[in-house]
Ligand binder design. Sequence first.
Ligand code: DGJ
Length: 729
Amino acid sequence: MAIQYFSDERIFHLQSKATSYVIQLLPTGVPAHVYWGRKIRSTGLSSILQRTERCSFSPAPYPEDMSISYDTIAQEYPVYGVGDFRHPAYQIQAENGTTASEALYDKHRIYRGKPALEGLPATYTEHEEEADTLEIELLDPVAGLRIILSYTVFNELNAITRSVRFVNEGSQSLRLLRGLSMSVDFRDSNYDMLHLSGSWARERYVERRALASGMQGIESRRGASSHAQNPFIALLSKGADEDHGEVYGVSLVYSGGFSAQVEVEPYKTTRLSIGINPFDFNWLLEQGQAFQTPEAVLVFSVDGIGSMSRTYHKLYRTRLSRGTHRDRTRPVLVNNWEATYFNFTADKIEDIARAGSELGLELFVLDDGWFGHRNDDRSSLGDWFVDANKLPEGLDDLAKRVNGLGLQFGLWFEPEMISPDSELYTRHPDWCLHVPDRRRTEGRMQLVLDFSREDVCQAIGDRIADVLRSAPISYVKWDMNRNMTEIGSALLPPERQRETAHRYMLGLYGVLERITSEFPDVLFESCSGGGGRFDPGMLYYMPQTWTSDNTDAISRLKIQYGTSIVYPLSSMGSHVSAVPNHQVHRNTSLELRGHIAMSGNFGYELDLTKFTEEEKETVKAQVALYKELRPLVQFGEQYRLLSPFEGNETAWLIAAEDKSEAVVVYARTLAEPNDSLYYLRLKGLDPEADYEWLEGGVVYGGDHLMFAGLPLPNLHGDFQSVLWRFRRV
Ligand code: DGJ
């Protein structure tokens, strides 16, 4: 068992491959956080928790033991109102209006495997030996509230998951004002905070800053995990970098509004927490009712950020993503969005697919504009019926024409939205999120369907299922193009209105569960104006995500590099698009665009019929190369070499798990006059092995490549790139 309980000292010791996590029950019954970090032995654990002298303003809940103060002792799931003045992990309001709560140990359970979370996405095991689970049950006897803290340790990874379940076992109604998924107290504050922030078309830029006293953190109040912030935060020991130093990552398996906070207070200790954003959240727990928080995934690395990323990659690729396509290589696709936007006919689509077939592509994706009367983005969301003006013979006919050219057929939907100009809105004006008597604020001329309602979820799910049954559709792009405003539901009573945003997520997850189970062979890709919902919650249902609407290869260096801090390459859609690029108007070579897009699920997002003969030859070679590289890119291990956030160059390496082969991608943004002769040090190879550089026929020692470095060729001009392949000889 990876989890031990020492009853004399009342200590739980959780041990994954190289990590220890220790909890001790205080004499009061409140669980204290003792340790999280490098693996340690089980002997003498009780001496770690040094209860400090009580400070002068620190309350003492138990006068008989003045060494206990929740204000100074590291907490495991901090309570509110009884002496800890930092931000609590949960807060309830009793019927009498008061909010203090103290939850004390009642019992615990340790068992093999990992249970599913009711209604929520979560990591899983395929065999119960892969993980062990601990449940610590706490009880607030005054409120009648049971709190079940769940921990799962993945034995072969340095990953521990946490989630919490609240059950009202008392005789009164309770309001859950805050219910985070995890909280951990660190003994000092000598850390940097790392997070992934940005905006539409500039998602997941890496930001790092030193901790300061007080609150700092990131959050989303948008009803989606969002382009602006990703539900991930890490604490880095001072000086930690890609390959060295202690790194503590926390990632939330949730797609809605979240909060990830770091509090340095008041004795220079640090509290790190993540969960559903308490802002505008409130959940009524009637007698007997329960509330389940999303799962937080904690990854510790002693070897820097890169090792943390590889743990997340493996866990999320193999034990979060699910379904038929999880372990299958993904098709090389062409998507017509940037080729035609809304302006296409069946014949035009067939022409693009024909060109794709000649170039070796495998999947054609018909994007927005095939339904209702959608000739621009002002109408028809919700009317999932084919537009007979554009596709007179229907979807089935078009899909079969595409299939006849040797390509699979994929289709775009935006199921969670409704256009005011739609038949659906005329019939059901109350089906969108709205607040009575207030304006319904539009975003991209559309409103958000109220997925907190079962009838809405059922009707939309039925409609999507009908379309998927109506034609040979092998792939779905599930888009979502605005954030929530006027978050209210026509069906919820006043006291439950602030549950709407989370109920929406539960409704969405329910529809995704239904559709992905009914159509197990369809490959689903999630999208939210690019990467506005690139989060672990969506990856549970859909193994890949459209990384960004920004398809410019130079912009993609930062976007894909930042995304790789948490998410595996198999989850990233990356396509070659036309130049000048439609988002940033930059010109780059087809070679560079190919090199960058090949580090992900590769495809093209342009009008293939417009290629010159020379370009066609280049693209044929790119597609053929990617097909060879594909298993390595999609299932290999990524090592970041040079960061676009730190300089003019970007590089990463993808190695097979057994180190038998590797591909290296290097890009230089701007030309530098008189640049020094330069060597790129590789990582992740076997130092004892020799590797042949396939393009050059030269054999290098793995140690030479890693410690002396790979000589870079002389590059001329801006926006240059090189791709090398190595195979062990
Ligand atoms: C936003 C997506 O990210 C794009 O790729 C495209 O599908 C458009 N929506 C269509 O409206």
